[in-house]
Design a protein around this ligand. Structure first.
Ligand SMILES: C[S@@+](CC[C@H](N)C(=O)[O-])C[C@H]1O[C@@H](n2cnc3c(N)ncnc32)[C@H](O)[C@@H]1O
Length: 276
């Protein structure tokens, strides 16, 4: 490895960036002139736009996630445009897509789906890939998140299948067969203890679930049953310690609890409910 690589790698290691080699390789590849993939062991400095690379590296040295620097994050079967106004879609949220597929066996069904708090649009877009005849509505209250979701939908030419609306959950008055949501669910103290990578670079509105983290589940329990068709389902992401509280919140909602699903870290992550 040449000195250029070693010195930049050391800068990342010094501040405990978890996978410095991977990050460095990505940032180099996003600042290259050359067409070929850059590999750390065999790099020619002339292939790199050094000014651009230094800007990227300085952002990473301030703990900005690579996804926000390169404006790209993978989820399910797509890459999504992301920026500071949307939460990066996360692997554990893919459980919502998996459970939707487990639930609705006929992928050609003409169903109506609502994604509450769509952010980048990752859940809505992934569901539209799987359920080709579904009509999908995706809502968010953040103007800037709506812009990002629209950009992703436009880039993937899915305007005819996924409708994005800037509206709060309580204003929805049509009914759906499947409602999904990854709501903000961190408590005040969890939010306070977040890493710099999340706290400084992810939008607070996407994470802050109020004092005990459960505010949005209370809203869902109050509103969602009235916008569910007969036999409709609700699939939501929950915090790892929120299963019992969420069961309690939905107890008298008119929805019945079906099951929970754990993520790859064996933490309770997804909850399934159905209309009684
Ligand atoms: C945890 S993020 C989820 C983003 C995306 N669905 C994902 O899973 O990657 C929660 C989203 O809910 C939105 N939100 C917050 N309050 C809302 C409300 N009352 N109605 C609709 N969306 C809301 C936030 O703006 C944010 O984009």
């Amino acid at each position: 490895m040449n000195n250029f690589i070693l010195s930049n790698l050391n800068k990342l290691k010094k501040i405990d960036i978890p996978n410095p080699e991977i990050d460095l390789r990505i940032l180099l590849n996003y600042s290259k002139y050359a067409k070929n993939e850059i590999i750390l062991s065999n790099i020619n400095r002339n292939d790199i736009n050094v000014k651009k690379f230094n800007k990227f590296l300085n952002r990473r040295l301030k703990h900005e996630p690579v996804s926000k620097i390169i404006n790209k994050k993978s989820f399910w079967k797509d890459d999504f445009f992301v920026n500071e106004f949307v939460l990066d879609p996360r692997p554990e949220t893919e459980g919502i897509i998996e459970e939707s597929l487990n639930l609705i066996k006929n992928k050609k069904r003409n169903i109506k789906i609502l994604d509450i708090g769509t952010g980048s649009g990752a859940i809505a877009i992934s569901l539209s890939r799987e359920f080709k005849n579904a009509s999908i509505t995706a809502i968010d209250i953040s103007d800037k998140a709506i812009n990002v979701a629209n950009k992703n939908i436009y880039n993937k030419k899915l305007q005819h299948k996924v409708k994005i609306k800037k509206v709060s959950l309580d204003k929805i008055n049509t009914s759906f067969d499947l409602i999904v949501s990854n709501p903000p669910y961190l408590s005040k103290s969890e939010y306070k203890d977040l890493s710099i990578e999340i706290k400084n670079f992810e939008p607070k509105i996407a994470l802050d679930g109020g004092k005990d983290g459960l505010n949005f589940y209370r809203k869902l329990a109050k509103k969602v049953p009235e916008i569910m068709n007969k036999d409709a389902h609700l699939i939501i992401e929950i915090g790892e310690k929120q299963l019992n509280s969420c069961k309690e919140i939905f107890k008298f909602s008119g929805l019945s609890y079906i099951k929970k699903v754990q993520d790859l870290q064996k933490k309770d992550r997804i909850m399934l409910l159905s209309k009684l």
